[in-house]
Design a protein around this ligand. Structure first.
Ligand code: HAM
Length: 413
């Protein structure tokens, strides 16, 4: 039997309804902040991610699904959503709409990762991007919206960590100091870190190798080298969060795994598993990097698989919808009546099951029981002749006579 590729999963019906519930709730939340949905291609030109995510990141160096298409173009399955969303924003002239632009997405992402708990090769992100505001108010608004995801999903034990990683101006100064620190032991770092030393030393702080992590202990932190503007921005963000009763911790080790970030970065971490469930930050240089005018932006994405893991833990009682009625029919005329009634009920939004297996009376009864239909309507020749039938409440066993008419049946559902 052919099996699914490593790092992918099937979302089966006994779980998909929970995903739908969560997706619907988050969509409503985003819409209440006036964010609108965007859908962009699963694959993009590889260059988009090289320029956007950054050539020295793990995502680009190790994790992208990249291939040449039949026309010889280098194509990559999207490893994240921000680059594609910003490309679409620019390519479709969305910058000429009233600012800020607020967009959200729910999309599959692809990263060739070492598969482990919470780390897949095909996974899903629900994300939001706010493009066009440099104000700290946008940072606060976006973090409040992210925080509300956990509130509306009834998920406790979530910690918000924030940091500021400055702007290109203050980063230049910081990188000098950081290189001095790393340079002392450069020979002991892994090969990937060595290649990052000249191009992007901050990436070394994000290395997951045990040895490199040890060497990084005590490294100078970006937050201590912020320029006045970045410092003031961060102070205002923190104050805004406090004024809105959002608990946070400053975690100066957050550098994020993607190169486009500037100023505020944040992560919501599951305190039990230690996994980051949601990550985001400001990316004031990305629109310009893609050839647009200088445009500040901020956003985040939550990993849906990780979020669902938590949701299921704290919401164990969520049940899938069950049929409102099973229409049991015996004989050709009754089958046709069952078609008629079920079609009408379904178009009015009821969940209706009926026989499509030509089962016996007894096995239809058994089936209606198994699928836990709320009501059972029995139609045979007798019922058709009198235009009267019984509806049974499958929970209480109570039976009520009804006219075989849509309105009478509806009244009992
Ligand atoms: P990210 O931190 O790379 O950020 O991913 C966001 C979230 O996606 C993570 O916190 C995690 O929950 C989930 N995730 C990432 N990789 C995997 C994986 N291999 N398996 C399962 N879940 C995973 C971004 O992608 C940014 N685009 C977020 C953003 C939007 N920043 C600004 N706007």
């Amino acid at each position: 039997m052919i099996q699914k590729p490593k790092g992918t999963r099937d979302l089966l019906p006994d779980e998909s309804y929970k995903w739908k519930e969560v997706e619907n709730k988050i969509q409503k939340l985003f819409e209440s902040y006036a964010f609108k949905e965007i859908r962009v291609p699963v694959f993009e030109h590889t260059e988009l991610f090289l320029r956007g995510v950054g050539e020295t990141t793990d995502v680009v160096q190790k994790e992208m699904y990249t291939f040449d298409d039949k026309g010889g173009r280098s194509i990559t399955l999207r490893p994240e959503g921000t680059a594609g969303a910003v490309r679409a924003y620019l390519e479709n002239g969305m910058g000429s709409n009233p600012s800020p632009t607020k967009i959200w997405y729910n999309m599959a992402m692809y990263r060739y990762e070492n598969v482990q708990k919470g780390r897949l090769r095909e996974f899903h992100q629900i994300g939001a991007e706010l493009i066009g505001s440099e104000s700290y108010l946008a940072d606060v608004d976006v973090i409040l919206m992210a925080n509300n995801i956990f509130k509306i999903l009834n998920i406790p034990n979530i910690k918000l960590n924030i940091n500021s990683i400055g702007c290109p101006k203050c980063r230049a100064e910081y990188q000098k100091v950081l290189k001095e620190f790393i340079g002392k032991n450069l020979n002991e770092y892994c090969d990937t870190c060595k290649t990052r030393f000249d191009k992007n030393p901050m990436r070394i702080l994000d290395c997951k190798e045990k040895k490199c992590k040890e060497l990084n202990v005590g490294a100078p932190m970006m937050i201590d080298y912020l320029c006045d503007e970045c410092k003031e921005h961060f102070e205002k963000v923190k104050q805004g969060l406090r004024e809105n009763n959002i608990n946070y911790e400053i975690d100066s080790t957050i550098v994020r795994g993607l190169d486009y970030y500037t100023k505020t970065v944040f992560e919501f971490v599951d305190e039990k598993s230690g996994l980051t469930v949601l990550g985001g930050g400001r990316y004031d240089g990305l629109v310009e990097e893609f050839g647009g005018p200088s445009t500040p932006a901020i956003g985040f994405a939550t990993g849906v698989e990780r979020l669902m893991e938590m949701y299921n833990e704290y919401n164990p009682d969520l049940k899938d919808k069950i049929p409102d009625i099973y229409i049991l029919s015996m004989g050709q005329r009754a089958n046709q009546k069952a078609f008629e009634l079920s079609e009408k009920l379904r178009l009015e939004g009821y969940i209706v099951e009926k026989d499509i297996m030509e089962r016996s009376f007894k096995s239809q009864m058994k089936y209606a029981d198994k699928i836990m239909a709320k009501k059972l309507l029995v139609i045979g020749d007798n019922e058709l002749d009198t235009n009267r039938a019984k509806i049974k409440n499958m929970q209480t066993g109570e039976e009520i006579d009804v006219d075989l008419e849509l309105e009478s049946i509806k009244n009992l559902l």
